[in-house]
Design a protein around this ligand. Structure first.
Ligand SMILES: [Zn+2]
Ligand SMILES: [Zn+2]
Length: 352
């Protein structure tokens, strides 16, 4: 018997604790992957809490459709251990990144290739047991992506923070030739966005973050300008750095203040893509939509096709690796605590 060792969520709002179960045997098309690396993502904090903040005192309950104990973690890279009889030519020993945003395969979104937007999702680490464990069961080999010669840590991180940033920037691509894009928030997704923006658009982005150290690091890495959104002069400074307004903004924070800042610096005809989930409310005069010809879109992670694209882009050497800090799997709770306390730059990745 193989042991399945997990850092489990046993009750919402409480620390993870280690649980041991029998490792599941892959059936049908399932593939059992032994985990080498699993990134720690900000959304893991929301799952642990069991809710999202919506603004004011309002929260969105996200405890439904999940049985406890539950295994968080969706930035997974590992080694194929065993596959079910219908999993085709899946080779034991293959090193793979795992696309976690798995859908039902039948709903409209899934049939259009958007499993990340599935109405009955089976997202690993969100609905199905994920990667803070020794093994994960993947429903089908099509979700496994070769990543050599990248590091396992980087490949795992590409499955959420990298994919999310990539999907957001793709939605801004039609405006990226009008001037520098603005990236708000240089956390895990934002630092991936920064690395990807140059590869995709060939021009250095503007960045905004309330953390001076993150702004300085971005400038040292070639940002075209860095702004502190909490500075009352920041809006004017962005407008002058962008010849009157920005056409493409990625809001990797997703709070009332970040979205207010994003829309405040938009040029007429500009677009904001929101990926962040920090929380808060947003209101604006409805007339601002036509007057500014403004678009505000959201995207939640990305499709399987986009995951393959972002891995291919990284394999081609076009993305500078993000700072990665590896910690042992048993430190999962400590890593979450540090993330919650804002003590993390780049990505924390748990190692088996
Ligand atoms: Zn994530
Ligand atoms: Zn579906």
């Amino acid at each position: 018997m193989t042991e399945l060792i997990r850092q489990s969520l046993v009750a919402y709002g409480t620390p993870l604790c280690e649980t041991i179960a029998e490792c599941p045997e892959p059936r049908g098309t399932e593939v059992l992957v032994r985990i080498e690396r699993c990134g720690v993502c900000h959304s893991d904090l929301h799952v642990q809490d069991g809710y999202f903040k919506l603004g004011g005192d309002k929260t969105l309950d996200i405890t439904k459709g999940r049985t406890l104990p539950f295994t968080l973690g969706h930035e997974i890279a590992g080694v194929v251990e065993r596959a079910g009889p219908d999993a085709g030519e899946t080779k034991a020993g293959a090193r793979v990144a795992v696309y976690p945003w798995i859908g039902c395969g039948r709903c409209v979104a899934c049939r259009h290739g958007e499993e990340n937007n599935c109405a009955a999702s089976r997202h690993l680490g969100i609905n199905l047991d994920g990667g803070y464990a020794s093994h994960v069961l993947v429903p089908h080999p099509r979700y496994l992506i070769d990543y050599a010669p990248l590091s396992a840590s980087f490949a795992g991180a590409l499955m959420c923070s990298g994919l999310t940033a990539y999907a957001a920037l793709q939605r801004l691509a039609d405006r990226a030739d009008r001037g520098p894009v603005l990236l708000i928030g240089l956390g895990g997704v934002g630092s991936m966005g920064f690395a990807l923006a140059r590869a995709l658009f060939g021009a250095a982005p503007l960045v905004a973050d309330i953390d001076a150290a993150k702004r300085e690091a971005a400038l040292a890495a070639g940002a075209a300008g860095a702004f502190d959104p909490s500075d009352p002069g920041a809006r004017k400074a962005v407008l002058s750095a962008s010849a009157g307004g920005v056409y493409a903004v990625a809001d990797f924070v997703g709070s009332d203040s970040s979205l207010a800042f994003a829309t405040g610096v938009l040029a007429r005809g500009g677009k904001v893509v929101v990926t962040g989930l920090l929380g808060g409310g947003f209101s604006t005069a409805v007339a601002m939509f036509p007057i500014k010809a403004m678009t505000i879109e959201g995207t939640l992670t990305g499709t399987l096709a986009q995951a393959r694209e972002v891995i291919a882009l990284a394999r081609s050497g076009k993305i500078a690796p993000i700072p990665i800090h590896e910690r042992p799997m048993r430190d999962a709770q400590a890593a979450l605590d540090d993330l919650r306390a804002g003590k993390v730059t780049g990505r924390v990745v748990l190692t088996s």
